[in-house]
Structures are given as C-alpha cells and as structure tokens.
Write a new protein. Structure first.
Length: 121
C-alpha cells in the first residue's frame, strides 16, 4: 500500500487544492460517477438500461454524469444512425483499467456497509 506522503514525494502537490487529481476524484468517486462506472463494468448499455441499473438517478443527472465521464475519457458514447436513434455507452480502455481498481473497493463497501451504518454513534 502506498501512503499519501509517498505519492506526494513522487508527485509533489498530489491531491492538493487546485490539483487535477481533485477534479478526477470528484468525477470518478462522486455518488453518481462511480455508480455509472460500476454499471458499465458489466458491459455496453443503452440509456434505459443505465437508468434501470442505477436506481434513483434522474435523467438530468445521468446525462450530465455520462457527458463528464465521456469528456474525461472513461466512457465511450456510440450513436447509431438509425430510426429510432440508438445510443450505447461503454467503458473505454482507460475506464476499464480504472474499474480494476474501483470494483474491489465497491465490493468492500457492499460487504461492510450494513454493519457500518448500523453502528451506534
């Protein structure tokens, strides 16, 4: 395991205010960003599939999150010239690489969330 001090020794300013790492963390580890990425780790999905797989997300938030993750290079949007229009979303190679690190964290959260939430304050 690498500590924050070790990361900063290699890359000064990492995770400091104004560092691009803060932006990436916000996009990737925010509530909706991580859930969209986890859903897409199951494979290519259309809009409606994503909405069903990410309960509670609004259309506006899904659209915004997908656009952000696409701009970041983590999600690929493919529009097909068909009637009716068909659009699919998938992880890019960078997004798939990211998920090799995030999915174990998500599994840990799933395994421990109930116990942690039930603990008295």
């Amino acid at each position: 395991m690498v500590s924050l001090a070790e990361m900063r020794a290699e890359r000064p300013g990492t995770f400091s205010d104004g560092c691009p790492t803060r932006t990436v963390l916000d996009h990737v580890m925010g509530k909706w960003g991580v859930l969209v990425l986890v859903a897409l780790s199951d494979g290519t999905q259309r809009w409606g599939e994503l909405r069903r797989n990410i309960s509670g997300i609004s259309e506006k938030m899904l659209a915004s999150t997908l656009k952000t993750l696409e701009t970041d290079g983590l999600v690929r949007r493919t529009a097909y010239p068909e009637v009716p229009p068909r659009v699919e979303y998938a992880l890019t190679d960078l997004g798939a690489d990211l998920m090799t690190h995030v999915l174990p964290l998500m599994a840990w959260v799933a395994d421990h969330a109930a116990t942690m939430v039930e603990r008295p304050a």
